[in-house]
Design a protein around this ligand. Structure first.
Ligand code: NAP
Length: 288
């Protein structure tokens, strides 16, 4: 691939971004499809200068961005337009420079619910326990609500943040039961109700930490699905525990690929083949 003045530049904004597979995945796809596109990592440590970063991005006339931790919420006030779903979720993971305007979207929520199909699961009529109340959790919970989930139990370290999301759910989806609980032992009886447990915290990225203690986890029904949004490592301690206790499990890779497919759709209006994205992920994982 030759980089020249016509190369369309996209990338990922976050800090850190070392763990991200997106640059390797997208550049593999661009090469395979012979597209004059390039995907760059933008590790940006200065949270208070995020508007400056976005201004420069606009001036340089780049095509688009993926946004990851800790900026999904922080970018929202500096965008010219934000899609209805991203505004409700207060989380943007895709930005597109459209006719000089920065437009924010959210493809995480759709990616999350569609990824459940990988294990022939769906959110409709289910009781789902979600750990976390950040951008990824909010996107997942709102998409589950749109799919007709029966009950959401939100377990978060900062309980007020969980309660804020539960209040939003009660307002917009009054038919759904929604409860916020803290990370303490009070979460245990709620886990016994779960059809699906979703980890939407970064706990486990270190390869050694569990988001809940074993005693609390043990109250999950044996038939439940244990879903970890983390994809690096592919098998987190939570997923290892699920495997060891014969529960079904799913890591964050299918969601990553589906949100990537959604991102390219936003930037170019074209749906990338999921098989090509899977091939790219295998290539990226071999190199990481
Ligand atoms: P975020 O907005 O920073 O939210 C993080 C959430 O995790 C918050 O609710 C936070 O609780 C909680 N948390 C953080 N550290 C914790 C700890 N040590 N103990 C307990 N809770 C903790 O991050 P995010 O964007 O939602 O991402 C969350 C995770 O999902 C990350 O691992 C990310 O890589 C993953 N993700 C994966 C995909 C994918 O495509 N597979 C997409 C999006 C995100 P407080 O409210 O108390 O701070």
């Amino acid at each position: 691939m030759i980089i020249n003045s016509k190369t369309k530049v996209v990338g990922i904004l976050g800090y850190p971004v070392d763990h991200s597979l997106s640059p390797a995945i997208f550049n593999y796809v661009f090469q395979k499809l012979n597209l004059n596109w390039c995907y760059l990592p933008f590790p940006f440590p200065s949270t208070h200068k995020i508007s400056y970063f976005l201004e420069c991005f606009k001036e340089l006339n780049f095509v688009g961005l993926n946004v990851t931790m800790p900026y999904k919420e922080a970018v929202v006030p500096f965008l010219d337009e934000v899609s209805a779903f991203a505004r409700i979720a207060e989380a943007v993971n895709v930005i597109h420079l459209q006719d000089g305007a920065l437009v924010g979207y959210n493809t995480d929520g759709r990616g999350f619910v569609d990824s459940l199909k990988e294990v022939e699961e769906e959110g409709k009529d289910k009781t789902v326990v979600v750990l976390g109340a950040g951008g990824a959790a909010r996107s997942a919970v709102l998409s589950l609500a749109m799919e007709g989930v029966k009950k959401i139990i939100l377990v978060n370290r900062t309980q007020e943040r969980g309660e804020k999301l539960v209040n939003l759910l009660r307002l917009r989806f009054p038919q759904i039961e929604a409860v916020a609980v803290g990370l303490s032992s009070e979460a245990k009886p709620f886990l016994a109700e779960a059809d699906i447990l979703v980890n939407a915290t970064p706990v486990g990225m270190d390869g050694s930490s569990l988001p809940l203690d074993i005693e609390t986890l043990s109250s999950l029904p044996p038939s439940s699905l244990v879903y970890d949004m983390i994809y690096s490592p592919l098998e987190t301690p939570l997923l290892k525990w699920a495997k060891d206790t014969n529960r079904r499990s799913l890591n964050g890779l299918p969601m990553l690929l589906l949100q990537a497919q959604g991102s390219f759709q936003v930037w170019e209006g074209v749906e990338l083949e999921l098989n090509l994205l899977k091939e790219a992920a295998e290539f990226a994982l071999r190199g990481s």
